[in-house]
Every structure is written in C-alpha cells, then in structure tokens.
Design a protein around this ligand. Structure first.
Ligand code: CUA
Length: 307
C-alpha cells in the first residue's frame, strides 16, 4: 500500500475518533446540565434483606406519613400488584420528605408524574430518596415497570396542601400543634416515636434501640433524667449499645414539641417498663432547652451517665 492511501485512511480514522470524542463530551455536558437545572433525585438503598422481614418493620406494617422533625416527614410506601399502599399521600407544601419504598411481590416502578421522581421498587430492598414539593396540587403516581395484568391500573396520588391545612387535618399535625393544655403522653408517643421504637417500645434489634425498661433504668441513674430530656431536645447520634445489641443511628431532635409534650412522652416511655421514676416536670424540660447541644454532644453526655 502506498503512502497516499495510508494518509487517506489515517485522515478518516482521525475524523471518527474526533466524532466519538465529541459525542461522549456532549453526553457528559447534557447529564451535567440536567443535574444542575433539574436537581438530582437519586435513590439510595437503605436496607436489603428478606422481603418478608423488611415488610415486618413498623414502617411497612403501617405505611404512610410520619413526622420525624421540624418540617421533616418520613413517608413509607409498599408497591404490590396492583396498588400503591397507601394509595394517597398527603404532604405539606415545602416539607422535606424522605421516601422509603419497597415491594411486596415483584418489581414495580414508582414514578411521580411531572416531577423527576422515578424509582425502581424492588422486593427485598428498601429504596430511599429525598424530595420536597413546592407547588400545591395533586400529583399522579404511576407504575412504570410491567408487573402483571393490572399494571396499568397501579395508580396512586400525592396531594400537596398548605402546611397550615395539613397540620390541622392530620393526627401527627394535631400533636405538633397542641402545645398547651393537658397532654397525653401516649398519643405524643404514638405520633412521633412508635414508628421507630415500636408501639410498646420494644425497638427493632440492630436498627432502633428498645425504650421499654431501658429508659426507666436511665431515669433512676445519676444525671439520667437530664440526659433523657437532652436526647429529646437535641437528638442522639453515634454508636451505642443497649442490652448487648449495637446501634449506630440517628435520633432526630424533637425540640418542636412543647415542654409539656416532652415531659408527658418521657413519662409514657419511662412507664413502659422497669423501675418507677418520678413524673417529669415542664420545668425540668425548660431547664435543658436553649443549651444549643448537638446530637454528638448528647452522645458524650450519655457516655458519662452510662459508662
Ligand atoms: Cu406495578 Cu407495573
């Protein structure tokens, strides 16, 4: 082959290489552009395991909306042939919502129309993603993975309502709003604590520590009462061991609850089992407020109280 042919071929090779490089570059730019303008909603895997075990977690035996902090909600959802449970989710406008999704039977696709929320929902896996809805209105949720004969009927709804209306209409909102008068510690507990620690305070081994008995033991320890109030007001984060089981999670701060709510819920928790303790007072809670502690500071206090 003479030189002329060689140059001819090399010229075309360079053009093709340049073209493929240009295409790759334009794909990267398009992805970067859409991430920058639309924001990313990338689902993470929060848990993996036996599908039946996952479905026995409190979050999924009673799926729906829960208040986990100031303007923060947790929403758990189960996809199954051919319905989203619960079918309708009501959230306040602008709240930070953390969705936890799993499937009961086969793979489904959770897609919220007119948003970029789109998650594969898989049996044996819990997908987690954060979102917030700034526009009022009703969003339709569809299933975008073929899951069987009724796939096209698998429709749900997300209703975004003004925060004030939401607080009035929901039980969780009522507890948040009820800052005065007689407080029922049991309902404060049911609305805020039971989803993680269980309705009777038994916890979930390895995920959420038990309260029944354990909280009462702390309450009768030196500095224990102050620590319990601190954990409510400022949360708790980091590695702890309860009854020989290790936990390394985050308890959110509950400072949005009133002093009366916190005193009442602590009475309820301490009353779940273990030694008897004096009732918590509003003054005891007020004394710990405004100290500006972090969840990590509370861990350090715990280490002093429970060496
Ligand atoms: Cu569920 Cu398609």
């Amino acid at each position: 082959m003479d030189d002329r042919h060689h140059h001819e071929i090399a010229k075309w090779e360079r053009r093709w290489i340049a073209l493929s490089g240009l295409m790759t570059l334009s794909f990267v730019i398009l992805i970067a552009y859409s991430l920058a303008t639309e924001g990313a909603h990338i689902a993470q895997s929060a848990a993996r395991g036996n599908p039946q075990t996952l479905l026995q977690q409190a979050m999924f035996t009673d799926p729906g909306v829960r208040v986990v902090g100031p303007n923060q909600l947790q929403v758990s959802l189960v996809g199954q042939a051919f319905v989203w449970v619960p079918e309708t989710i009501r959230v306040p406008q602008g709240a930070e919502v953390e969705f936890y999704l799993t499937a009961r039977d086969v793979i489904h696709g959770w897609q919220v129309e007119n948003t970029n929320l789109n998650v594969e929902v898989i049996p044996g896996e819990v997908s987690r993603l954060r979102a917030s809805f700034d526009d009022l209105g009703t969003y339709r949720v569809t299933c975008n993975e073929y899951c069987g004969i009724g796939h096209q009927n698998m429709i749900g709804w997300i209703e975004v309502v003004p925060a004030s209306q939401w607080a009035v209409e929901t039980a969780a909102g009522e507890v948040m709003a009820d800052a005065s008068g007689a407080v029922d510690g049991e309902s404060v507990y049911a609305a805020n604590c039971a989803s993680c620690h269980g309705p009777a305070g038994a916890g979930i081994a390895g995920a959420f520590p038990p309260l029944a008995g354990h909280a009462a033991d702390i309450a009768v320890t030196d500095g224990g009462r102050e620590y319990l109030v601190d954990a409510m007001l400022y949360g708790l984060m980091g590695p702890i061991v309860v009854d020989g089981v290790s936990y390394n999670g985050v308890m959110p701060a509950w400072a949005q609850l009133s002093d009366a709510d916190i005193a009442a819920v602590l009475d309820h928790i301490v009353g779940l089992g273990g030694p008897a303790a004096d009732p918590f007072t509003v003054e005891e809670v007020a004394a710990q407020r405004g100290r500006g502690l972090s969840a990590a500071d509370v861990l350090a206090i715990r280490q002093q109280v429970l060496p």
